[in-house]
Design a protein around this ligand. Structure first.
Ligand code: HDE
Length: 699
C-alpha cells in the first residue's frame, strides 16, 4: 500500500534503456512510491519478463513474473451463492430516542449515540456481473459495529419472504436462478422453473404480489425501504422480552421505475444503482434512512390474525405503528470494493446483548447458513480478522491458528480455566455483561411439521393488492403477464391463475385474459379460507407513501447547439434550490455552443443519455435545431419515452408544435410544460415534485 513514508523513485536512464523499443512508459520523471513484490523487494522493470536474450525463452528464476501471475490467478473468491451482486458503503447510526426499559442494547442506550455501520445492498438471483435493474428482491444488510460487538441486521427491501421454513431455501433459489441444463436465464424469474416451484408453493403468494409490484424495480437503492422481515426480541436489563420488527424508512422518500424503463436502463447503464449511490455519497447528498421498530408483546402475538413467527406475514403499520428510534447516514464510499463490499460477511446470529432470536423457522435456518457460507467464500475461520468484519470493540478469546491467523494471543495460556493470572492468563467470562439468551420456556415433541398457524396463504396477498393505487395494481398485472408469458408450459400458467383467483378475482381474470387463457381454471384449494376484508394499509403502497419532493432526484436536460442559455441558467439555479441534480445531454460530449456563445461540456450525449435514466426531463433547443426530432431517433425517443413513462416534461416554447406532432394526436397534459421565462420553470418544478403523472397510463 502506498504510504507517505515510501521512498519515491525517478525512472532511471538504465531502466529506460532496458525497456527498449516499444516499451516506453509515461513514468519518466514521475514521483511515486516504489513498486515492490509481496515480499517487499523493489521492482526495477514491471514491463518485461526475464528472458535468455530479448527473443529467447523465459527463465524459471523470474520470481517477479511468477509471483505476479500466482497472485493474479487467485484473485477470485467464490461469489455469494445468493445476493452476489451488491454495493456497500460506510456510515453511522445515530440513536434518536432511547429504548430504555425495552432493550439494554448498547447502541440504543443514549440519545445521540453514534455507532459506525457498513451497509450492503444487493440483488438476489443474478451473478456478480448482472444488471442492477433486474426485477428482483433487494438485500438490505447492515453491520453495526457496537461497543458490545457486531450486530448484523440482514434484511431485504420487502417485509415478507417466499417460504416459511429454511428447508425450502435451496429449492427456491435453484428454481429462481438459471436453469441447470442451459445456464440461463440470468437474473430473471421469468422462466418455467421459477413459476413451476412458486405455483406449487402456495405460501409464496403474498411475496409474489410484492415481487410483481414496483418494489422490485427501485429507482435507486436510496429510495427503498428495508425490513428485518423476521420477528426478533428486544431484552431489557431485567431479562424481559418484547417482540420487535425492524423497518428502514428512506429519508429521500420511496420511488421505483416502470418496467419499460428498467429494461432500457439495464441497456443504457447496467450499473445504474451503484453509480447513483456512489454519486450521491461523493456529492455529499448522503443517503439516509430512519430505523423504526414495531414493538409488541405476547398478548398481541396471541391475538394477531397470523403467526408472528411466519415470515410470509407482516404486521400492518396501522395495527402496530412504527416507532422511529434512529437514523443511518451513509457518508463514505469504500476505499476498495473487494476488500470491503466483497469480503464483508453478514450473519443473522451476530447479535448483541439486548437483541435476541425468535423461533421463526426461517431465521433459525439462516443462523446456520451464513456462518457456513463465509467459510466457503472467505476460506478461513479467521474472516473476522479482515478489517471490514472485525468488531471495533476490543476482542479477547482463546481461539487460535487456522488460515491467515492474525490475532493469536500473546501469553502462556490458550485455554480456560487456567491458573495463570493477569496478561498470561487471558480473558474470563462475565455473567453480568455477557450475552444471555432469553429464557423462553420450551416444550414439545420432536417433529417435522408446519404449524397449523402458518396455513393462511392468501389473506395478506389480497390485502397487499387492495392497498395499491390503480396504477400500481395495473403494474402488478402487467408484470405477471410478462413473466408468465415467458413460461413455456401452459399448466404452470394456469396453476398460477388458480392461485390468483384466491387473491383477487379481477386480477386473475385480467391476467388470464391477457395470457389468452379462455377456460378459467378453478381456484386452488386453500388450506385455510382467506380473509378478504382485511383493512387497506396505505403504508404498503409506494405511491400512497411518497412525499412530493425533487430533492435527490436527477433531471435530464436535453440541449442542442444554440440552446437558450438564459433559460438554462434559470433552470440550474432553481434546481439547486429544490436540492435536485441534473445531467446536460448534448450533441457532442465536448463543445456545445449555447445561444450567448458560451461553450459547455455535456454529461451525456444523445445516444448515451436516454430519458429513462432521469426522473424529470427538460428539452431546450434552438429554432434552427428543431429538425433534430425528425432526423435523430435518440432525440425523438427522449421525449416519446419520457411521455410513455409518465414523466414530467418541460420544453422550450419553440417546440410546442414539434411536441404535439410527437404525441401523435394525444393532447399535451398537465405534466407537460412549455417554458419561455423563469416563472414557467417555477410552475413546472412545483408540479414536477409529484415525479409521475400516472393518469397518463390510463390513456
Ligand atoms: Fe439470505 N443468505 N438466506 N436471506 N441473505 C445469504 O449469506 C439464507 C433470507 C440476505 O450483503 C448468504 O453471506 C437462507 C431472508 C441478504 O452479504 C446465505 C435463507 C432474507 C444477504 C444466505 C435466507 C435474506 C443474504 C449468501 C432461508 C431477508 C446478502 C452469502 C432460510 C430477511 C448479505 C452470504 C450481503 C445472503 C442464506 C433467506 C437476506 C447463503 C438459508 C428471509 C441481504 O448464507
Amino acid at each position: 500500500m502506498a504510504t507517505k513514508k515510501s521512498t519515491s523513485v525517478k525512472t532511471s536512464k538504465s531502466y529506460k534503456e532496458n525497456v527498449g523499443k516499444g516499451g516506453e512508459t509515461h513514468q519518466e520523471s514521475r514521483s511515486a512510491p516504489v513498486l515492490k513484490t509481496p515480499q517487499g523487494t523493489p521492482i526495477a522493470d514491471n514491463q518485461n519478463s526475464l528472458r535468455a536474450g530479448a527473443r529467447g525463452p523465459g527463465l524459471l528464476e523470474d520470481r517477479q513474473l511468477r509471483e505476479k501471475l500466482f497472485h493474479f490467478d487467485h484473485e477470485r473468491i467464490p461469489e455469494r451463492v445468493v445476493h452476489a451482486r451488491g454495493f456497500g458503503a460506510h456510515g453511522y447510526f445515530e440513536a434518536l430516542d432511547t429504548l430504555d426499559g425495552v432493550t439494554c442494547a448498547d447502541l440504543f442506550k443514549r440519545k445521540g449515540r453514534k455507532t459506525p455501520v457498513f451497509a450492503r445492498f444487493s440483488t438476489v438471483a443474478g451473478n456478480k456481473g448482472s444488471a442492477d435493474l433486474a426485477r428482483d428482491v433487494r438485500g438490505f444488510a447492515v453491520k453495526f459495529y457496537t461497543q458490545e460487538g457486531n450486530w448484523d441486521l440482514v434484511g431485504n427491501n420487502i417485509p415478507v419472504f417466499f417460504i416459511q421454513d429454511a428447508m425450502k431455501f435451496p429449492d427456491l433459489i435453484h428454481a429462481a436462478k438459471a436453469e441447470p441444463d442451459r445456464g440461463f436465464p440470468q437474473a430473471q424469474t421469468a422462466h418455467d422453473n421459477f413459476w413451476d416451484f412458486i405455483s406449487l408453493t402456495p405460501e409464496s403468494m403474498h411475496m409474489v404480489m410484492w415481487i410483481m409490484s414496483d418494489r422490485t424495480i427501485p429507482r435507486s437503492l436510496r429510495f427503498m425501504e428495508g425490513f428485518g422481515v423476521h420477528t426478533f426480541r428486544f431484552i431489557n436489563a431485567a431479562g424481559k422480552s418484547t417482540f420487535v420488527k425492524f423497518h428502514w424508512k428512506p429519508a429521500q422518500g420511496m420511488q421505483s421505475v416502470t418496467w419499460d424503463e428498467a429494461l432500457r436502463i439495464n441497456g443504457a447503464d447496467p450499473d445504474y444503482h451503484r453509480r447513483d449511490m456512489w454519486n450521491a455519497i461523493q456529492s455529499g447528498d448522503y443517503p439516509t434512512w430512519e430505523l423504526g421498530v414495531q414493538l409488541f408483546d405476547d398478548a398481541f402475538a396471541e391475538k394477531f390474525e397470523f403467526d408472528v413467527l411466519d415470515a410470509t406475514k407482516l404486521i400492518p403499520e396501522e395495527q402496530v405503528p412504527v416507532k422511529i428510534v434512529g437514523r443511518m447516514v451513509l457518508n463514505k464510499a469504500v476505499d476498495n470494493f473487494f476488500a470491503e463490499t466483497e469480503q464483508v460477511a453478514f450473519c443473522t446470529q451476530n447479535l448483541v446483548p439486548g437483541i435476541d432470536q425468535s423461533n421463526d423457522p426461517l431465521l433459525q435456518g439462516r443462523n446456520f447458513s451464513y456462518l457456513d457460507t463465509q467459510l466457503k467464500r472467505l476460506g478461513s475461520p479467521n474472516f473476522t480478522h479482515i478489517p471490514i468484519n472485525a468488531p471495533k470493540c476490543p476482542v479477547h478469546n482463546f481461539m487460535q491458528d487456522g488460515h491467515m491467523a492474525m490475532h493469536n494471543r500473546a501469553g502462556r495460556a490458550n485455554y480456560e480455566p487456567n491458573s495463570w493470572g493477569g496478561e498470561q492468563g487471558g480473558p474470563r467470562e462475565d455473567s453480568e455483561t455477557g450475552y444471555v439468551s432469553y429464557s423462553e420456556p420450551m416444550t414439545g415433541e420432536k417433529v417435522r411439521q408446519r404449524s397449523e398457524t402458518f396455513s393462511d396463504h392468501y389473506s395478506q396477498a389480497n390485502q397487499f393488492y387492495r392497498s395499491q393505487t390503480e396504477a400500481e395494481q395495473a403494474h402488478i398485472a402487467d408484470a405477471l403477464v410478462f413473466e408468465l408469458s415467458k413460461v413455456e408450459r401452459s399448466d404452470i400458467r394456469e396453476r398460477m391463475v388458480s392461485h390468483l383467483l384466491n387473491i383477487d378475482r379481477g386480477l386473475a381474470k385480467n391476467v388470464a385474459n391477457k395470457l389468452g387463457i379462455s377456460n378459467m381454471p378453478k381456484p386452488a384449494p386453500a388450506a385455510r379460507k382467506p380473509i378478504m376484508d382485511l383493512p387497506v394499509s396505505d403504508a404498503l403502497s409506494i405511491n400512497k407513501s411518497s412525499q412530493p419532493t425533487l430533492a435527490g432526484r436527477t433531471f435530464g436536460v436535453f440541449l442542442s447547439n444554440g440552446a437558450d442559455n438564459k433559460l438554462l441558467k434559470n433552470l440550474k439555479r432553481l434546481l439547486k434550490k429544490e436540492g435536485a441534480d441534473y445531467d446536460l445531454i448534448t450533441p457532442a460530449i465536448q463543445g456545445t455552443t449555447l445561444s450567448d456563445g458560451e461553450v459547455i461540456t455535456g454529461d451525456e450525449t444523445y445516444e448515451g443519455g436516454p430519458s429513462a435514466l432521469y426522473d424529470v426531463v427538460v428539452v431546450i433547443v434552438s429554432d434552427e435545431q428543431r429538425s433534430l426530432f425528425t432526423t435523430t431517433p435518440a432525440a425523438r425517443h427522449f421525449i416519446e419515452d419520457a411521455y410513455r413513462h409518465s414523466k414530467y416534461i418541460a420544453y422550450s416554447s419553440n417546440l410546442q408544435e414539434t411536441v404535439e406532432q410527437l404525441l401523435n394526436g394525444r393532447e399535451c397534459d398537465q405534466a407537460m410544460f412549455s417554458l419561455s421565462k423563469k416563472a414557467d420553470i417555477e410552475r413546472f418544478l412545483t408540479s414536477a415534485r409529484a415525479l409521475r403523472y400516472w393518469d397518463r397510463e390510463d390513456g
